[in-house]
Structure formats: C-alpha cells, structure tokens
Design a protein around this ligand. Structure first.
Ligand code: ADP
Ligand code: ZN
Ligand code: ZN
Length: 792
C-alpha cells in the first residue's frame, strides 16, 4: 500500500495549532524540516510557512490540501531554532505562528499581502524564465504590487516561488515598514554601453575621441580595468570612483563619456554591512583587575552556565568581553552580543570593529529589512560573521555554532518585548538559547537587576565583581541639591540650581562637556488651569497630555494621539492654562537662554527617530562639537564619552514617585548609570543631583555607590509586599471602548478572582493609594484597566 506523506506547517498567523498539508509524491525527498513552503489557506490566501514536522498521519478532522511549492533547497530555520520557538511559544503563551512572525525578517516571510517593489537599478546577468519575465515586466511598469496582485496577473496559483527567485536575483525587493529616510548605501559603477559592445563600434569611438585625448585616455584605462577590450569583458562593471582615482581626471571628463552614451552609469546597492576592510588593532592588554575578573569568569563557566559581571561604570567590562569574544572566535564559535538599545550599538560596533573587522554583523530594526536578511543568510550559509551585535530580536538568528552570549546592561527593561506577542524577555530567553547550544552566558552591568543578583546569591549564576574604574579614576563625586530649599531661598533659575549652573559654567570654561538628564521628553508633562486645576487629558487613554513646544501640540505619550492646545479651560472656561513640570525640550530652551554662546544637543525619542540622527548626535558630542547634551534615559546607559566632567540629574523625584513596584530599583539604576557618564577618563567627575527629598534612601545609596544596600532593602520590601522575585506576577489588562464597561468588568472579574485566590489578587479597588511605592500601578486609562494577580 502506498503511504502518503504529510507535513505540519507553521503559518504566520495567531492560530493555536499547526496545519497539516499533504506533500506531493515527487517532492517527498525534497522537503525538509525548517524549509519554507507555500500553502493555500482559506479561500484565496497563500502563505509561506515553515515545515515543522514530517509524518504519515492523516489528520482526522479535515481534508488536507497539498503544498504548492518549496521555496528553499535548504532549511532557513534549524531544528534547534524550532525547539527554541517552541519554548518561547509555551513560556510566553503565544502561538508558533507569532514567534515565526517575530523571528524572521520580512524578506524571508512572503504572504499574500506582502508588497514587492521593482529594483530599477537592476541589470540582468542571466536569462530569466518565462514566468520571471512576466512578473518583472508587470512590475517594471507598476513599480509596486502585492503578492496577491501578481498572482492575479500571472494567473499562477501562487507566484511566491517566482517572486522568491526574483528576490534572490535582487530584481525585486520586499517593502519594509517605513525606515525614516534610511536609504541603502549605493555605489556608482561604469559599464560599456550596450551599443558599443562590438569591436567595430569601439574602433570608431577611438577615432572619434582622437580630438579629446583625456576622454580617450579614460576609456582606455576603463578597458584595461575590465581586463582588456575583449567581448567576454564587455559586460563587466567597474567602480566609478576607482576609474576616477586611477585616471586622475576631473569628474567632467567622465561625465562627457557618459553623456555621449559610451559609458553607462549604473547605481548598485553595496553590501550594507560590510564596510571596507578595516585595519584592525590588536586587543588592549587587560590590567590586573580585569585579568583577574576574566580568569574568574572562565573558572566559573566550568560549573555554571551563566555569570554576572558586576562592574562599576567604566571599570572596563567591555574590554573583558572583547578578550572573551576573541577566545570564542579562535575556537571557531559564534558569539551573540546583546545590547538593550539601538543607541548603544554605534559605539560598541566601532570598538569591536577595530579588533574584529568584518567578522562583526549588526542586527536591529533601524537597519533595513534587506540588511537583516543579509545577516540572516550570512549566518546560515556564508558564515563570515563570527560576532553579531544586536538588540533583542537577534536571539532569533540561525546560529549553529553559538558558543557565547553577552547580555550587556542586563538590567535594562528594553530587553522585554511588550507588544505584540511573543512578549519575551531577551535576557531570559538567551539563557534558554544558550542551553540549547551548550553555550555560556555572561551578563554585565554596574547596576544588576534584583532578579539576576538574587540568582547569584542563590548560586544559580556565578558572580564576578569589578569595583574599580579603569586606571583608578575615582567614582564621580555626587552633590545633592535640595531644590525645595533653593526655591525658598530664591536661588533657582528656572529648573537649575545655582550649584548646577556653576559646575556647568566651570566645565565649559575648561573645555569640558556636560550631560543634563531629565527622564521626560517634550516641553512640559502637563498643562493645568490656574483657576480650577483642570488638566487636559487624552480622549482615548485618560492620561495627561504632554506639551511639545516645537510642534505646538499636546501629545499623548501613551497612544501617540496629538491635538492643539485648548484656548480655554474646558472645565471653567478660564483662559489661564499653565505649563507644569518640565521635559527635555524645556531644558534645552532654558539652557540656551542661560548659556547663549554654547552648543547644545538634545537626545530623546523625538530627536533620534532614525539611525542617522542618533548617530549624528552621539558623533558630534564625541567630537566635542557640542558642549551640553540633554537627554532622557537614552543617554544614561553604556555610552562612553571621554570629556564629560559634569552630569546634572534635574529631577530625581519624578523617577522615585513613579507608580510601579520597580520604581526604586529603576531610579537607582538610572541615577547610577547616568552619573557613571561623568569623568570616565583622566579625572574624577561630578554629578549634581537635584531633589526635594535628599534623605531618600535610594538617593543615599546612589551617593554612596552602595549597590548591596540598595539590593537588600529592595529585596526585603519585595518579600513583604509579595512582589517578584518571591512571587510571580500575572498582569491582566481589560479593555473596552466604553469606560463604564471596563470599570464594571474589571470590578466583576477582580471580585471573582478574589473569590478564588483571596488576597493574592490585587484588584484596582483595593489599592493602597497613599503608598505609591508598594501600590500597584493601575493605568488611569479609561479604555483599559489592569488587575494584578500574584502567585507564589
Ligand atoms: P565599562 O564597559 O565597564 O563601562 P569600558 O570597557 O567602556 O568600561 O572602559 C572604560 C574606558 O576605559 C574605555 O574608554 C576603554 O577603552 C578604556 N579601557 C578599559 N580597559 C582598558 C584596557 N585594558 N586598556 C586600554 N583601555 C581600556
Ligand atoms: Zn479651569
Ligand atoms: Zn492616548
């Protein structure tokens, strides 16, 4: 009896099961786990799915359809990756389809809705099939079309295989979400125009150009560069700059040849990730403290899978990573270097490139999809990249020889993906990934998260400490300024204390730089009516709107909704609305008034939406073109600037009062980290910390650089008030467009859960409202309400 073969396919959909398809007999030996295949789904849809399993079990419940085509001749996803996906789906309660969607760059997951574009710079190098020509003709006219449109015109059941092959040839590319003006890097090439690709024609040109000797010279040089005036070389293209350089002529001479139609100029995308071979420096020699730390890490890896390197800011952790990476590369292993934020990749990349050159791949969302596909394929096939520097999504890359994962700034909450599913934490997922590869994980930070530090105390992770800054530079001196007192004495200029202004002035006089930190973007966090205290709120979220002066609008930082300023109070009609509190935009404005002659830059979400813009801000600050850098938490982490002697923390209170159980932990981290930007090289720096509560224990711990004290008091509180890491917290959000329905439903559901789990359920009603610190954050959002459930 004949056996029919089936395959279970992961579709890029949030469906809680896999679908089984039949494998046509002639393909049985071609389909492998991890390949992409095209399958029909529903009435008219086609998806590229991933082969998850192969078997001969006919599904009982439904008639199977056949797979339509196989897109790959080798798996694009390994079985190890599929195990990893499965773990993620189970642990973070989502579907494999959702993991698939998050894991692969768009260029590798074609769907009916995917938009493809014609690459107008493309030059044919080989003959196209009839189907390919059909699709390309259509697109060369339309420029852009969806996969569905292409199905229609080609009358193919599914055009995905044809599209895929045109993508491989780079004749098409897949649309990406808008990349904020990011353009792929291109290079201009010169080619002999098709008309002149004949012996006879060329001869004529030589004669014609006799009167333009410079042009003739360039043409001859060009012909030499392509390997001689021979038919087999005519289609070769040469870098325009190279021709220019070698010939030493001006651009106009080349332009003439192009204008005459003898040479053809084509623009081509150059490999965006591989810059020209960099001269590589050797490793820096580690100092004894670093050497000792590295030694201990290596020893601990004998028995532990993970180690925490707790080293104060600027103790030289990154240099230790570099040495450890080198050892892995020498062993033929791959390394994943995780960073919490794109902003950090620039500096780390250039530091690592100096040592490892082009063995470094970079993977994050500010790169175009094409670049991400390039990294993916390199790791899968070419294997040039030995080290990948990336943000959280790089845990999904198809590593096969992963030996080592670095989780830098492990405490950062940007490692956690909030929306959409899978809501994974990259640090925790990295542990599982490492386990699957039998690799080791090194976490590094100056301010460990409570969870990770506790794991070292419980013996789950190893712990290595580095308590001194590199070259013995002292930790910055922290001066607290009581702003309430200063206000009383009328010594505040706007939001700046006299102490802060003095220090900034001195720094600038000495040619040094300053950083001013305020963890709030925009101009002022809210407006208030001076008569009745009414505050404008978002129509959709009920949170107060932030005033952004440069666009003169109110913006909701929760949902992005923006609107013009009301002219009068909507409650009492009074025209006197006042800005309250201050954000980075306001600080920038004030600083420019106080110091009219200096250069100021601001780095927050509003000024650094594109990769270029934040690279520019960091770059100009590094080069000393900017004296004062103002920013949100974006500037607090990891950045290494040589010449910063003063850091101002403008308002410590807003961080401490944030309604979340991690508020104190975060405040400590932020203050210690941003303070750590001061005085990294050459000499001790100063931090001016403005607060109206100088005796707050968190502030005292920051001043004394006492992490352990901070950890211990935090841990005691967490246990007392039933928070992680002692309890697990389940967080439910209830949403509806009608606020009353939300209130009713959350009350009802909260009471119901209370009936089952008693006081473990913290319903919105039972908020200990006075104690922010231990209080549960209930977003004051009319469309959604949150209920926490803590379970031991
Ligand atoms: P961390 O990662 O702990 O904040 P870094 O590795 O950035 O510290 O080191 C701080 C500064 O000291 C950097 O500018 C780095 O280049 C320099 N540095 C650290 N260790 C060495 C070393 N062994 N040799 C030379 N320079 C070093
Ligand atoms: Zn009013
Ligand atoms: Zn809103």
């Amino acid at each position: 009896m004949e056996t029919t073969y089936y395959t279970d396919i992961i579709l890029p959909l949030p469906l809680h099961r896999l679908f089984t398809y039949e494998v046509p007999e002639e393909w049985i030996n071609m389909v492998e786990i991890g390949m992409r295949v095209v399958v029909p789904f529903g009435k008219k849809k086609y998806y590229s799915g991933i082969v998850y399993a192969l078997h001969d079990q006919k599904p009982e419940a439904y008639e199977t359809k056949q797979i339509i085509s196989i897109l790959d001749n080798a798996p694009v996803v390994s079985e190890t990756q599929l195990h990893f996906w499965k773990w993620i789906a189970e642990y973070y309660m989502c579907t494999l389809g959702e993991v698939y969607k998050a894991a692969l760059p768009s260029g590798l997951k074609l769907e009916s809705e995917t938009k493809v574009h014609y690459n107008s710079n493309w030059v044919a190098k080989e003959k196209l099939s009839a189907k390919e020509s059909l699709v390309l003709d259509f697109l060369s006219e339309k420029k852009t079309a969806s996969v569905q449109d292409i199905n229609n015109i080609t009358e193919l059941k599914s055009s995905l295989p044809v599209i895929k092959s045109l993508l491989d040839k780079e004749a098409l590319f897949v649309s990406e979400r808008l990349k904020d003006g990011y353009k792929p890097k291109t290079k201009k090439l010169l080619q002999l125009a098709p008309d002149y690709c004949r012996e006879q024609k060329l001869q004529n040109v030589f004669t014609e150009l006799a009167r333009a000797p410079k042009q003739l010279e360039v043409l001859m040089l060009f012909l030499t560069l392509i390997g001689g005036a021979h038919e087999s070389n005519y289609s070769k293209a040469i870098d325009k700059n190279l021709v220019k350089e070698k010939s030493g002529v001006s651009t106009s001479v080349l332009s003439e040849l192009i204008k005459k139609g003898i040479l053809l100029e084509v623009e081509t995308a150059i490999s965006r990730l591989q810059t020209d071979a960099l001269t590589t420096d050797g490793l820096h020699e580690l100092n004894p403290a670093q050497q000792n730390a590295k030694q201990k890490i290596t020893e601990l890896f004998q028995e532990k899978d993970a180690v925490l390197l707790h080293g104060v800011t600027s103790s030289g952790k990154t240099e230790i990573y570099i040495h450890l990476i080198k050892e892995q590369i020498d062993k033929g292993k791959q390394v994943l270097y995780l960073l919490p934020e794109i902003a950090l990749t620039t500096q780390i990349t250039s530091r690592l490139k100096k040592v490892f050159g082009n063995q470094i791949g970079i993977y994050h969302s500010k790169y175009s999809d094409a670049e991400r596909v390039e990294v993916w394929n390199d790791i899968l096939h070419k294997k040039n990249y030995k080290v990948v520097i990336g943000v959280r999504s790089s845990i999904f890359l198809p590593f096969d020889k992963l030996g080592f994962i670095i989780v830098d700034e492990e405490h950062e909450n940007t490692y956690k993906q909030f929306d959409p599913s899978p809501r994974y934490h990259a640090r925790d997922a990295a542990m599982v990934l490492a386990h699957l590869h039998k690799a080791k994980v090194l976490m590094g930070t100056a301010t460990p998260s409570i969870e990770t530090y506790r794991n070292t105390q419980l013996g789950k992770y190893g712990l290595v400490e580095l308590n001194e800054r590199f070259e013995g530079i002292k930790m910055p001196q922290i001066i607290t300024v009581n702003v309430r007192e200063e206000q009383r004495k009328k010594k505040m200029h706007s939001h700046f204390s006299a102490t802060l202004i003095d220090h900034v002035t001195k720094a600038i006089e000495q040619g040094e730089q300053a950083i001013l930190f305020q963890n709030r973007r925009g101009f002022s966090p809210y407006l208030e009516c001076t008569q009745c205290s009414w505050v404008p709120k978002c129509d959709y979220c009920d949170v107060s709107l932030t005033y952004h002066k440069h666009i003169n609008q109110l913006v909701c930082h929760y949902c992005g909704h923006s609107c013009y300023l009301p002219k009068t109070c909507k409650a009492c009609g009074s025209p006197s609305l006042q800005t309250k509190g201050f954000g980075t935009e306001k600080i920038e404005e004030d600083i420019k008034i106080i110091f009219p002659d200096i250069k100021v830059a601001r780095m927050d979400l509003d000024t650094s939406r594109t990769r270029r813009s934040h690279e520019n801000i960091i770059g100009s600050f590094e080069r000393g073109e900017v004296d004062v850098l103002i920013g949100t938490q974006m500037i607090s982490k990891g950045l290494d600037f040589d010449n910063v002697s003063v850091v101002g923390i403008l308002n410590a209170d807003s961080m401490l009062n944030y309604p979340d159980f991690r508020a104190f932990e975060r405040s400590f981290q932020m203050m210690a980290q941003v303070g750590g930007r001061a005085g990294r090289k050459h000499k001790q720096g100063t931090v001016i910390l403005q607060t109206s509560n100088p005796d707050n224990p968190v502030i005292l711990n920051v001043i004394n650089n006492n992490y352990k004290n901070q950890y211990q008091s935090e841990l005691a509180e967490r246990e007392l008030f039933k928070y992680p890491p002692f309890y697990r917290l389940i967080h439910l959000t209830i949403k509806h467009k009608n606020p009353n329905t939300v209130h009713q439903a959350s009350d009802y559901f909260g009471q119901y859960l209370r009936g089952l789990f008693n006081e473990r359920v913290v319903v919105p009603r039972h908020l200990p409202s006075a104690r922010y610190r231990t209080g549960i954050s209930v977003k004051s959002c009319s469309r959604s309400k949150e209920v926490y459930l803590s379970i031991k």
